[in-house]
Structure formats: C-alpha cells, structure tokens
Design a protein around this ligand. Structure first.
Ligand SMILES: Cc1cc2nc3c(=O)[nH]c(=O)nc-3n(C[C@H](O)[C@H](O)[C@H](O)COP(=O)(O)OP(=O)(O)OC[C@H]3O[C@@H](n4cnc5c(N)ncnc54)[C@H](O)[C@@H]3O)c2cc1C
Length: 373
C-alpha cells in the first residue's frame, strides 16, 4: 500500500483489535475510541479482587475453532490452556448432560440403549410429517420429536428469546442436535482452550503497538468520521445512523452475582431448561480456569430480556417474518464511503470469537487489497 493513513476505530473488542494490529504492522496510525473503561469488548475478563477468580464479566466465553490461522493468531498473544466445555442441564428435577447425547437419552427415557438403538428410537420420535421445516420448532420436532424438544429446547428458548419458537428461524438448529455416543464435549472443533491470563490481557497485547492509540471511556461519533482517512465501526449499525430507520431489536442479559465457599455447583455452566425457572443458566467462573485454586467462588445467574435503549445489546433478534429494518440499514451501509462496518454489532449478527477474528482478517485484507489496487 502507498502512504501511511490515519485510521479511526469505534470499539476495542476483538474485531477492531485484530484489524488495528494488522494495519499498525503495515505502518498505519490507528486511533481507537472505546466507550467502556476497558478493552476486549464483550470477551472482557477481570480478576475478582476478593476471591481472585477470573470472571467473564459479560458472560462465559470459551474459545473454540477449526480455523488454524485464527488459532495461531490468538496463540501469538496468549498461552491457551486446554479446556473442554462440558455443560449440564437441570430439567424436570434431574441433572442431564448436554449436548443431548447417549447418556442424556438413556437417562431421560429410562433406557440402556446402544448407539444404534438410540438412533432408531429418536428417529421413531421425530415428526416425519414435517418435510420442509420453516421454524425453529418445526426443525426441532422434525429432528428429535416432541418429548426431547419440550424438555430441553422449548422452555429455554422461550426464556432466551421471549418469542414463540414458531417465530424463530429453522436455521438456529442447523444440524441434528443429538449425539449417539457419550461424547459430552459441547463443541466439535479441533482447537479449544482458555486464555491463561484471560481475554483482556490477550487483547491488550494485540493493541500494544507503537502505531496504536486507545482512548478508553471515549465514544467515536459518526460526526467524527471525517477526521480519519478511513473508519472501522464495530458499534451498533443502527446507532451510526442515529436509529433513523428505527431500532434493531436485541436481547440483553442481566447477571445476578453471588458468591459461595469452595465448589458451588461442580461445573462451569448449568443450564436451567424449565420455563418456570426465571434464569437461563448459572455460570461458576472458577471452573473456566481449572489450573487455578481459589477458596471462594463467584457465580452469575443469567437472565435474558428485551434490550432497552440504555441496555447493553447482546444477541441480535432474527425472526421468521424477515429483517426489513436490517435490510434498510444494510442498504445505507453499502452506500457509505470511508467506513467499514465490522463485528457483531456493526454487522448485526451473532458471531463466536473465532468467526469474529476470521471476519476481521477478511475485512482488513479486503481493505488493503482495495487500496493497493
Ligand atoms: C453472552 C455471550 C456469550 C458468548 N460466549 C461465547 C463463547 O463461549 N465463545 C465464543 O467464541 N464467542 C462467544 N460470544 C461471542 C463474543 O462475545 C463475540 O464474538 C465478540 O465479543 C465480538 O467482538 P466484537 O469486537 O465484534 O464486539 P464487542 O465485543 O461487542 O466489541 C465492540 C465494542 O465497541 C464498543 N463501542 C460500541 N460503539 C462505540 C462507539 N460509538 N465508540 C466507541 N466504542 C464503541 C463497545 O463498548 C464494545 O466494547 C458470546 C457472546 C455473548 C453475548
């Protein structure tokens, strides 16, 4: 690329941290504005002063990927400890293993099925009258039948999204959400781990470059965009346009923090699938760092609700009836000169951390190639 540019960024989460580092190493000057008092966005981790436990402040984050370049990139900035996410679920007065596997099926139906017996049984439960599933509910009924759907998906989904599962798109359940063996590793990716010193230290190291300046507690306003040669915007897409078309719907989360002695629940994540229990899960943070020892424990009870104007937007809400509002914003964004919208808020999609990093690498490379051309 020709001469050095001055690039502005909204947000110091993973998206902009990756892009900033790539551009800084190519000689460009980067100024990042971050409204929060810390970097790392929603992956932010901090050590609890009282107990010493590393807390995932905006909810539990487990790193998992099949993307070797992404895995190499994160390991350049942080030592990743081996970690396997094993989630449990409390439903109908019992504790089950997730994702639904042979243990879950045998326990739930009071059977001792072999893998092939379980497969045949689940197929007999599936609603084969549904040939072209349109909604999340139809997809689940088609795959696993009513009993498992109601015990493990219906109540949890109602709490998480507060809409009838008939209005959620089938794409939420892409594959058969059941395993016919005893593998209870929540993720099926080749690489999985936890950053030894937390995500925030990892992101701080990405941003530790003489060409990068970070202003914490400082918002980048759309009106400031003209000060830079180019801007990468990882804030909400609708906020960039002053919500002119209306507000894109989000879910927000409330975390009710509590402490305990020793081991409170015996695992990192316990889901609560019954609709009568108002929270979706409890996270016990010390279990994300099994190589550490702490006498006390810090837990989060997690509640999901509609995101208000002053709440933190967590999950974009996509419904079966379509995304006209999103399309209106996307059309405006496509016409925008000098701004690239990135990340989970800038592109209004749920992305795991590895997908976020891959998208950031692709975006910065497309930008560099366009400039070079
Ligand atoms: C509850 C929850 C659990 C998750 N668990 C996992 C998991 O287990 N594994 C996994 O891989 N992924 C997980 N994720 C996804 C992960 O959080 C995202 O991939 C990642 O945070 C996306 O990074 P980002 O930089 O795009 O966005 P963010 O992390 O949201 O960063 C954007 C930043 O921009 C700032 N900002 C916004 N507007 C402005 C502005 N105008 N000026 C300045 N700053 C601004 C915000 O304050 C924020 O810090 C989870 C997400 C959630 C919500």
């Amino acid at each position: 690329m020709s001469e050095s540019m001055h690039i502005g960024m909204a947000g110091a989460g993973l998206s902009c941290a990756v892009i900033a580092r790539e551009l800084a190493e190519r000689g460009h000057r980067i100024t990042i504005h971050e409204t929060r008092p810390h970097v790392a966005g929603n992956c932010h981790t901090e050590r609890d002063a009282g107990s010493g436990v590393m807390v995932h402040v905006y909810g539990p984050h487990i790193f998992h990927t099949d993307d070797e370049e992404v895995w190499t990139l994160v390991n350049r900035y942080m030592d990743f400890k081996p970690y396997v996410n094993r989630v449990k679920a409390t439903a109908r007065g019992q504790v089950f293993s997730l994702p639904i596997n042979l243990h879950t099926i045998n326990q739930f139906f009071g059977k001792t099925f072999s893998p092939s017996e379980a497969r045949a049984f689940i197929e007999s439960q599936a609603d084969t009258t549904i040939t072209d599933p349109q909604s999340f509910e139809e997809q689940a009924l088609r795959f696993i039948g009513r009993e498992l759907y109601e015990a493990f998906f219906k109540g949890y989904t109602l709490k998480q999204w507060e809409v009838d599962p008939k209005r959620l798109p089938a794409s939420i359940l892409k594959r058969l959400p059941v395993r016919f063996n005893y593998n209870d590793n929540y993720f099926a990716h080749r690489f999985q781990g936890m950053p030894a010193e937390g995500y925030t230290v990892m992101v701080q190291r990405m941003l530790d470059h003489p060409n990068i300046i970070v202003h914490l507690g400082s918002a980048l306003r759309p009106a400031d965009v003209g000060q830079y040669d180019h801007v990468f915007w990882s804030g909400p897409l609708d906020a960039f346009y002053g919500h002119a078309e209306g507000r894109l719907p989000y879910r927000t989360l409330d975390f009710e923090r509590f402490e305990g002695e020793g081991d409170v629940q015996g695992c990192a994540v316990m889901n609560y699938n019954d609709v009568e229990v108002p929270y979706t899960r409890i996270t016990e943070h010390k279990h994300f760092a099994p190589w550490e020892e702490h006498a006390r424990s810090v837990c989060y009870r997690e509640f999901s609700r509609r995101c208000g104007e002053n709440d933190i937007p967590y999950y974009p809400v996509h419904l079966t009836e379509g995304d006209q509002l999103l399309q209106a914003y996307q059309a405006r964004a496509a016409r925008e000169q000098g701004v690239t919208f990135v990340g989970r808020l800038g592109t209004y999609r749920y992305m795991d951390m590895d997908v976020t990093i891959r998208a950031a690498l692709d975006a910065v490379r497309a930008f560099i190639n366009a400039r070079t051309a």
